[in-house]
Design a protein around this ligand. Structure first.
Ligand SMILES: Cc1ncc(C[n+]2csc(CCOP(=O)(O)OP(=O)(O)O)c2C)c(N)n1
Ligand SMILES: CC(=O)[C@@H](O)[C@H](O)COP(=O)(O)O
Ligand SMILES: [Mg+2]
Length: 662
């Protein structure tokens, strides 16, 4: 714990020497604390001096400090008196890895989706103007990566419009998202970073040359003109100045005195101003500084001495996808992969290395990713857009109206789908199936294991008349779960199938002598839990057929025929229950097989807390044991008579209806 810091006042009271010592202590503290269970190390090591300077110049919370994405707010939490919480960082009920309004009045935004901070800042500044609180300054701290998101420019456009609304935009420019930040603006700023001492050189000239007798003055004017030319050519202020924003910078983001001077000037403007701060991600910790891939952006638990992960990596969903994408890229030279600044985390690095001309990193710009993919499809190639599931939310209209409306072969691959874990409510990928269900002409699949991921991905990129979507969770890929048979509906019969949209895998059937009591529709990664639950239910005499719908949306037409053979249908999915697969199955079966009740087991339509995936699934009753118990209770409640007379054989259950009877 950093004992001396209980509030920003303690930091404001420090002299430069104490601040330098504190910055070093904070770095050691961050490395030690984050090494225990992982977290956002690189980003926070990069903002130690910046955060100290911010809290010395601005009076949080009267002056709101809004952190974009929020992953770089650990130092802010230390300065605002929460260092003793780091022992439980990113654990259930512990210190959140992001700002938390519940934790502190100094925290404003909990949403970890990037590029939003300046919009909040614009709104806050407008609110203070309405309330006549003109002495308050709003500070938005946004990274160069988040600055590649469209929302940031929408906000800039509005912030720049009001000359009397004090908004200080701190552009925390470390040149990276995970990988080096991409795009035209980033290239301009990269040029600047090549000359970090250029500003100091110019300052020295400014203070010494004019004192030189006779020639000093004219020479300084000539040099000053040159500086402006150089600055305009090299620096992005032209971009911001053209918007009407004052620009200060570039500032050395690890020099507290220089930072404070610039921030005080910015605060004094009493209007919109951008302070361009140059920082280094991972600053002060060589394993992070030397991590060329991601500068330890969000490492898992690691050895603080070496920076190396402590756990041995297992086969992950991401790894399987990465392999299949490269394989497909070798088979098809019209396959193009797109990332929104997350090439590594979504498994695109191998493809990018082998097919650099068919790989695009659009920055943190999911909306642009989807619509540029629509353009690629219109242009005759097949785009694969890889995102984290929760970030698809931002590009729903583009999926709906740019890809689906035009019936374009765009494939969206979603990692971190379902309950993700410690990143908390804005990271759980629980919305995508409900969104997918709304999109006419879109086919959505959730593979149950690595083999199905390979199969379904191959099927997805073969679809050229509409968007396809695959989704899978974070972490280790399960052992393969083979199908007993694969079927498809042909009129009113179930016939063998080779695969493709509409086919269904039967994974388990009731044992000989057992009734077809329950049809358990297991979506994606929940297939393993469904198989385990079916075995538990069989022990109780309840016969369960487990099926994997493969392409879960639109609901396979085999399901009504299968449902008609059972007394109860249960759906199980790692997604929000509202409008998800279970809802779609209920919709279809209510119409086609009205006599068979449907029970939907899914995530509650709530913001789920930050906790491990295992803990959350246990809490939500979505483990195999809990699923078996819930089905037993449902069977007993729905068919009370059958339990007494038949011990579960279900002899006197209602006649099964043929599918399609109204
Ligand atoms: C909409 C959205 N897309 C992707 C991400 C994943 N993400 C988290 S942090 C990050 C990089 C942010 O880069 P930058 O803004 O420069 O901050 P830095 O980590 O460099 O401090 C990304 C892509 C996200 N949080 N939100
Ligand atoms: C803040 C952000 O969005 C990412 O850094 C995210 O926290 C990474 O999640 P994973 O650790 O699951 O890749
Ligand atoms: Mg950055």
């Amino acid at each position: 714990m950093i004992r001396r810091i209980t509030s920003p006042a303690d930091v404001r009271a420090m002299d430069p020497e104490q601040l330098t010592a504190l910055a070093a202590e904070i770095r050691d503290f961050l490395v030690q604390q984050v090494s225990v269970r992982g977290g956002h190390l690189g980003p926070n090591l990069g903002v130690v001096e910046l955060t100290l300077a911010l809290h010395r110049v601005f009076d949080s919370p009267a002056d709101p400090i809004v952190f974009d994405t929020g992953h770089q707010a650990y130092v802010h939490k230390i300065v605002t008196g929460r260092s003793d919480g780091f022992g439980a960082l990113r654990t259930r009920g512990g210190l959140s890895g992001y700002p938390s309004r519940e934790e502190s009045v100094h925290d404003w935004v909990e949403n970890s989706h990037a590029s939003t901070s300046l919009s909040y800042a614009d709104g806050l500044a407008k609110a203070f103007a309405v309330r006549g609180e003109r002495n308050r300054t709003v500070v938005g701290v946004i990274g160069d990566g988040a600055m590649t998101g469209g929302m940031a420019w929408e906000a800039l456009n509005n912030i720049a419009a009001a000359k009397d609304r004090p908004v200080v935009i701190v552009l925390n420019d470390n040149g990276r998202s995970y990988a080096p930040t991409t795009g035209g603006m980033a290239q301009r700023m990269a040029a600047l970073r090549l000359k970090p001492g250029y500003e100091r050189l110019l300052d020295q000239v400014k203070h010494t040359l004019p004192k030189a007798p006779v020639v000093g003055g004219p020479m300084y004017s000539a040099l000053h003109a040159m500086k402006t030319a150089v600055k305009d050519w090299l620096l992005p202020p032209v971009m911001f100045a053209d918007l009407g924003l004052k620009y200060l910078g570039p500032i050395d983001g690890h020099d507290i005195a220089e930072l404070e001077q610039a921030l005080r000037r910015a605060k004094g403007f009493r209007g919109p101003v951008l302070v361009h701060v140059l920082t280094r991600k991972g600053q002060g910790y060589p394993p992070a500084e030397n991590d060329d891939l991601e500068q330890m952006h969000s490492p898992p638990a690691f050895d603080p001495l070496t920076g190396r992960p402590v756990a041995v990596p297992t086969a992950t969903w991401t790894g399987v996808f990465s392999h299949e994408l490269v394989r497909a890229g070798r088979d098809r030279d019209d396959l193009v992969a797109i990332t929104a600044a997350m090439s590594g985390p979504t498994g695109l690095d191998a493809f990018a290395a082998e097919f650099p001309d068919r790989f695009h990193d659009v920055g943190i710009a999911e909306q642009h990713a989807l619509t540029s993919a629509a353009g690629l499809a219109m242009g005759g190639v097949h785009p694969v857009v890889a995102l984290y599931a929760t970030f698809l939310n931002r590009a729903f209209d583009q999926l709906l109206m740019d890809a689906a409306l035009h019936r374009l072969g765009v494939t969206v691959v979603l990692d971190r789908a379902g309950v993700t874990g410690e990143d908390g409510p804005s990271h759980h990928g629980m919305w995508d199936l409900s969104l997918a269900a709304l999109v006419p002409g879109l086919s959505a699949a959730a593979p149950r294991d690595g083999q199905l991921l390979a199969e379904l991905f191959a099927e997805a990129i073969a679809v050229e008349d509409g968007p396809t979507l695959l989704r899978y969770p974070k972490g280790a890929v399960p052992e393969p779960i083979p199908a007993v048979r694969r079927i498809v509906a042909d009129e009113d019969r179930l016939v063998p199938a080779a695969g493709g949209v509409g086919s269904v895998d039967v994974l388990a059937e009731p044992a000989a002598g057992q009734e077809h009591d329950v049809l358990l529709v297991a979506v994606g990664a929940f297939a393993g839990a469904a198989m385990d639950a079916a075995a538990r239910l069989a022990d109780q005499g309840i016969g369960v057929t487990v099926v994997d719908p493969r392409w879960a949306l639109p609901v396979p037409t085999a399901l009504p025929l299968l449902a008609a053979q059972h007394r109860l249908v249960v759906t199980l999915e790692d997604g929000g229950r509202q409008g998800g697969v279970g809802a779609a199955v209920t919709d279809l079966l209510t119409d086609r097989v009205p006599g068979v009740p449907v029970t939907v087991l899914a995530l509650p339509q709530e913001f789920l807390e930050a906790a491990s995936r295992g803990d959350l699934l246990t809490d939500l009753g979505l483990t195999a044991q809990a699923v078996a118990r819930r089905i037993t209770e449902t069977v007993a409640r729905t068919f009370p008579q059958s339990r007494e007379h038949t011990g579960g054989s279900g002899q006197d259950v209602p006649e099964r209806r043929a599918a399609g009877e109204g």
